[in-house]
Design a protein around this ligand. Structure first.
Ligand SMILES: NC(=O)c1ccc[n+]([C@@H]2O[C@H](COP(=O)([O-])OP(=O)(O)OC[C@H]3O[C@@H](n4cnc5c(N)ncnc54)[C@H](OP(=O)(O)O)[C@@H]3O)[C@@H](O)[C@H]2O)c1
Length: 255
């Protein structure tokens, strides 16, 4: 018997990167998966096709996670299609780097609308349907507890996620639903690729990237998206039935 047989799950931002691997892994464990995306319909369809080729069930739904009406539509469409909802994995997120004097209100609203409001309202919309035993996993980041030059907005948005799961845990726990966060460290995706240099201290810009990695991560390498997906799969499984309100670091051990 597969771990998630009979479960229906939504994975936000699962056209690429970490979300894609989460969608693939949950489907592999027997769940029906809604693959959400904002701007990559072809990539989302490819994920659905890969899941179907491996004998799983999946469908793609477009919804911008910064828009509350689209979040609600995503959840109601998933429930109409599959008849239930058991698991929400809120993974969609955007990165930001900017000096204090450069940060605008528009930057703040853009980052917080996806990384904070999007995750809060996704949890709210999903919670309307989740049964006892339901699972919510939101996405924080190791950035919430490690200082990096010019990373204030993003780090603050991810710190908010840990506070949200901590405080939603008793409210949802009354109904037998758990809510936790995953906090990945540097993971080999488009996001990490685009911003790798910006994680490096300005004084170390001429040091080879591999040497910087070795100085920062105990395991001396970036995570693969599959390694984050494995931890999420644990959190949404019955094996994690007594974990609630936690933020699980999956970061190879920061130095
Ligand atoms: N990579 C890392 O090193 C790292 C470390 C810590 C935490 N994280 C967090 O992990 C999550 C995934 O990161 P990643 O590296 O896989 O990112 P990524 O490679 O940039 O992929 C982002 C995914 O999110 C989707 N997305 C972005 N904005 C969206 C929106 N408004 N509505 C719906 N979907 C949206 C994208 O969809 P489209 O393809 O349609 O644009 C894509 O599927 C994020 O929350 C990120 O903050 C990543």
């Amino acid at each position: 018997m597969k771990k998630l047989a009979g479960k229906v799950t939504i994975v936000t931002g699962s056209s690429r990167g970490i979300g894609k691997e989460i969608a693939m892994k949950l489907a592999h464990e027997g769940a029906k998966v809604v693959v959400n995306y904002s701007s990559s319909p072809k990539k989302a369809e490819e994920v659905v096709n890969q899941i179907q080729q491996q004998g799983g069930e999946a469908m793609a739904i477009q919804a911008d996670m910064s828009q509350v009406d689209q979040i609600q539509q995503l959840v109601t469409t998933a429930v109409e299609q599959y008849g239930q909802l058991d698991i929400l994995v809120s993974n969609a997120g955007i990165e930001h780097f900017g000096k204090l004097e450069e940060i605008t209100l528009q930057d703040f609203e853009r980052v917080f609308s996806v990384n904070v409001a999007g995750q809060l309202f996704a949890a709210q919309a999903a919670a309307r349907y989740l049964p006892s035993g339901g699972r919510i996993v939101l996405t924080s980041s190791d950035s919430a507890r490690k200082s990096v030059f010019y990373h204030t907005l993003y780090a603050a948005s991810k710190a908010a996620v840990s506070a949200m799961v901590l405080n939603l845990a008793p409210e949802l726990g009354e109904r037998g639903i758990t809510i936790n966060a995953i906090a990945p460290g540097g993971t080999a995706t488009d996001m990490a690729q685009e911003n790798a240099k910006r994680y490096t201290h300005p004084a170390l810009q001429n040091v080879p990237p591999e040497a910087v990695l070795k100085s920062q991560i105990s395991l001396q390498r970036l995570a693969q998206p599959k390694e984050i997906a494995a931890a999420v799969t644990f959190l949404v499984s019955d094996d994690a039935s007594y974990i609630n309100g936690s933020t699980l670091a999956v970061d190879g051990g920061w130095l």
